[in-house]
Design a protein around this ligand. Structure first.
Ligand SMILES: NC(=O)c1ccc[n+]([C@@H]2O[C@H](COP(=O)([O-])OP(=O)(O)OC[C@H]3O[C@@H](n4cnc5c(N)ncnc54)[C@H](OP(=O)(O)O)[C@@H]3O)[C@@H](O)[C@H]2O)c1
Length: 215
């Protein structure tokens, strides 16, 4: 699904694997293809994946059996389930309630807040980890960034850029734990990562970011 991503990440982590937390996904209807995907991923990541997710809930009953076997062998630390679309959130909630997943991955940003209704409250109630994808609405929130001066109230929170404001908006929600901004530009990785440190926004700063995202 992600081409060479697992192999390349594995190479990049050579010599530093112990300092990384690796998350990846299984995505297939087939049990044997699921085994093959996991075999390839595990060989790229030194025999261990910290968070292994069933992608888009495809064949989740089947693939959870595989991931549970790998967890029993110590090859997987935590199991997750992902979905990108609100049409599947009822089924995602069903998976969460089985008690078989430790984490979910969902979209959440000031313009896409459907998870606010059921998924985030349920994750909080069950104590699940939450990985937030599409923090910039696939780039739509970056097209017309607000003027720099409107970010001034966020400077005391270590926020210099609009991207950091959006990432900190997510990570300041105590129900969310990790966010995974995509970028093809090396410098932006460091810029984005800086938003992962406290201090966190309060209600007022989150409200400001929501307002700026609507303008
Ligand atoms: N979209 C899905 O349905 C889906 C499903 C499952 C998982 N994921 C994963 O979720 C992650 C999020 O990806 P996403 O595609 O959904 O979109 P996203 O992270 O919401 O937005 C990515 C866009 O933001 C831009 N960007 C990133 N950092 C920036 C910065 N500091 N300043 C300005 N622009 C910046 C990128 O452009 P540049 O490349 O030019 O920096 C890119 O166009 C990815 O790791 C993806 O693999 C996505």
């Amino acid at each position: 699904m992600y081409g060479e991503a697992e192999r390349v990440l594995g190479r990049a982590l050579e010599g530093g694997r112990d300092r990384a937390v690796v998350a990846t996904k299984i995505w297939t209807n087939s049990a044997s293809e699921g085994e093959a995907q996991a075999g390839r991923a595990l060989s790229s990541f030194g025999g261990r994946v910290e968070l292994y997710q069933v992608h888009n809930l495809v064949a989740w009953r089947q693939q959870l059996l595989l991931l549970e076997r790998l967890r029993d062998k110590g090859k997987v630390v935590a199991i997750g389930a992902t979905h990108y679309s609100p049409f599947a959130f009822a089924e995602l909630a069903e998976v969460m309630r089985t008690g078989r997943v430790d984490a979910v991955q969902i979209p959440y940003n000031p313009r896409e807040r459907e998870v606010d209704r059921a998924i985030l409250p349920l994750a909080d109630e069950l104590g699940l980890g939450v990985v937030v994808m599409r923090p910039f609405a696939e780039g739509a929130l970056m097209r017309r960034p607000p003027p720099e001066r409107s970010l001034a109230p966020l400077h005391p929170f270590g926020v210099r850029t609009w991207a950091q404001a959006l990432l900190k908006w997510i990570l300041s929600d105590p129900r969310c734990h990790v966010t995974i901004p995509a970028t093809s530009r090396k410098g932006r990785t460091a810029e984005n990562a800086e938003a992962g440190d406290p201090p966190w926004f309060g209600a007022e700063e989150r409200e400001l970011v929501s307002r700026l995202a609507d303008e």
